[in-house]
Design a protein around this ligand. Structure first.
Ligand code: TXA
Ligand code: MG
Length: 345
């Protein structure tokens, strides 16, 4: 099968392929999703197959508006209305109890709950409307690889395996949506995956919110099945550099002495000061966590193709969007962090 790159105005054709049980990757504000009708069992099975995704990891169902959700959920927790009003469309996935006999086990991973999200991309909303059904939409990468933030990333991973990709350029945010579980017994919603909608933003709208313990302690089993898998990993090892230019310089000197070729993922200033001592660089320009988050997956993918032995990546403080950025980066780095007083080995 030849995978077709659809221009953003070719929605009609893409929607009709979805209706025929084909897979179409679509743009969102976070990352590209791998779309298929959530009501077409063989199409959903195909989504797992082309990604190489473990079957106990449930999918997010993408809707064009909140009305669509009502077909699949009978009881909504009190916080729902305010959350939908403030954050949809946007990077917030909500987990509800699913109405029995609606979605298959393939969609829900056999859970009694289901995740919904309304993406903030007008073309994708139009695509869902034209398809007339909710679409499952895991990130459109091979399982275990960094999520795709451009149509070219999707093409790289899935060319020949899916019918098409709706190309809308690079995504704005760069990491996947915040996943919020609203089905908890004590009524206090829990963040299962950090994203661009932060705990503070949620608390301003609905009051107390908890963060799943495993995001803080690595020893607890995660509640979002997907969080337990090693994600976002380039083949080249990634080390997080905490502490700015001094620590970068120290780490690069150590690597050069030990014949390890280095690629760095950092802001312009750090790159300007270190470029002559490394093999490859990927800059996210300004020193801002927004810019770093937007560039993260493209940076890891690009550096992974270079002839290097290690990627050194810049850290950010773990607050606001920094929580989501560091969550993805730590997974890519397998928790390896270099600090000012680190002994290298
Ligand atoms: O930004 C996003 O959310 C992107 C774009 C394409 O919309 N989609 C995405 O989907 O990241 P995916 O399938 O790669 O991640 C879904 C996450 C997984 O960690 C999964 O375990 C969790 O959501 N999840 C899905 N349904 C769940 C449920 N019923 N209970 C707990 N976790 C669930
Ligand atoms: Mg994913």
């Amino acid at each position: 099968m030849e995978t077709k790159l659809f221009k953003i105005d070719e929605i009609e054709q893409a929607a009709s392929l979805l209706g025929q049980g084909e897979l179409i990757a679509f743009p969102t504000e976070t990352v590209y999703g791998l779309g298929a009708s959530a009501l077409d069992e063989s199409a959903v099975k195909q989504v797992y197959a082309v990604k190489g995704r473990p079957s106990d990891n449930p999918l997010i169902v993408h809707v064009s508006d909140f009305e669509m959700v009502k077909n699949y959920v009978s009881e909504f927790p009190a916080q729902t209305e305010a959350l939908v009003k403030h954050f949809w469309p946007g990077p917030l996935t909500l987990i509800f109890k699913v109405k029995p006999q609606t979605f298959s086990k393939t969609v829900t991973g056999g859970l009694k709950t289901v995740a919904f999200r309304m993406p903030k991309n007008s073309k994708t909303i139009e695509l869902i409307k034209k398809a007339g059904v909710p679409l499952v939409g895991p990130s459109a990468n091979t399982s275990g690889k960094p999520s795709p933030t451009t149509a070219q990333h999707v093409y790289h991973d899935l060319n020949g395996k899916i019918a098409g990709i709706l190309d809308d350029g690079a995504t704005q945010i760069g990491v996947e949506s915040t996943v919020l579980d609203l089905t908890v017994a004590d009524g206090v919603p829990v963040i299962l995956r950090p994203g661009a909608v932060t705990k503070e933003q949620l608390e301003q709208v609905i009051g107390k919110v908890k963060i799943d313990q495993h995001l803080i302690s690595e020893n607890e089993a995660p509640k979002a099945p997907g969080m337990k898998y090693k994600h976002y990993s380039p083949d080249v090892p990634v080390w997080i550099i905490e502490g700015g230019l001094d620590v970068f310089s120290k780490a690069i000197d150590w690597a050069n002495k030990n014949n390890r070729r280095v690629g760095i993922f950092a802001d312009d200033l750090i790159i300007a000061k270190t470029a002559t001592k490394v093999e490859a660089t990927f800059s996210f320009s300004q020193n801002s966590v927004e810019a770093a988050t937007k560039a993260l997956f493209a940076g890891l993918r690009t550096l992974d193709e270079k002839p290097i032995d290690v990627i050194f990546a810049q850290s950010f403080p773990e607050n606001g969007l920094g929580i989501a950025y560091m969550n993805r980066l730590k997974k890519a780095a397998n928790q390896k962090i270099i600090k000012n007083d680190s002994i290298f080995e």
